[in-house]
Write a protein that binds this ligand. Structure first.
Ligand SMILES: [Zn+2]
Length: 139
């Protein structure tokens, strides 16, 4: 034990490459968290999906107007699926979905620029857009 401590003390550079990569990952995670928490409230909900004719559609909804609607999306594997999307109080979420894993329902509410909800079984992406948005929808 003491021998190990002496080795570390005598080393010119006490950190190993693995230590530095862990610190770098922590710093990146903290910066990402701060940026995501400080991102402004979005004004538009953009929904990208494939319709019954397998045509990619992108619809935009005002996040400041309360609404609830059903979205019918087509998946190559799972066929046609229905998602119930709710927009209320500047936030949007998937209330109900026919997908098997329910991840889109459990992703919670989004309302800040850049936040997304993805339903991969039905190939649906809900994204908040607004000033300062630099991300792209890729599905
Ligand atoms: Zn889903």
């Amino acid at each position: 034990m003491n021998n190990k401590i002496e080795c570390i003390r005598k080393a010119k550079f006490p950190f190993k490459l693995w230590d530095l990569s862990v610190y770098a990952a922590l710093i990146v995670a903290v910066v990402f968290l701060i940026v995501s928490l400080r991102s402004p409230k979005g004004g538009t909900l953009e929904i990208a999906y494939y319709d019954k004719q397998n045509m990619r559609q992108v619809r935009e909804y005002d996040l400041n107007k309360d609404a609830e609607f059903d979205l019918f999306a087509l998946s190559d594997i799972y066929g046609e699926g229905r998602l119930t999307v709710v927009v209320r109080g500047g936030e949007a979420w998937v209330e109900e979905s026919g997908c098997h894993n329910q991840i889109c329902v459990r992703m919670g509410r989004i309302g800040r620029v850049g936040q997304q909800i993805v339903c991969s079984p039905y190939r649906v992406v809900l994204r908040v857009t607004g000033a300062g948005d630099i991300s792209e929808v890729i599905i």
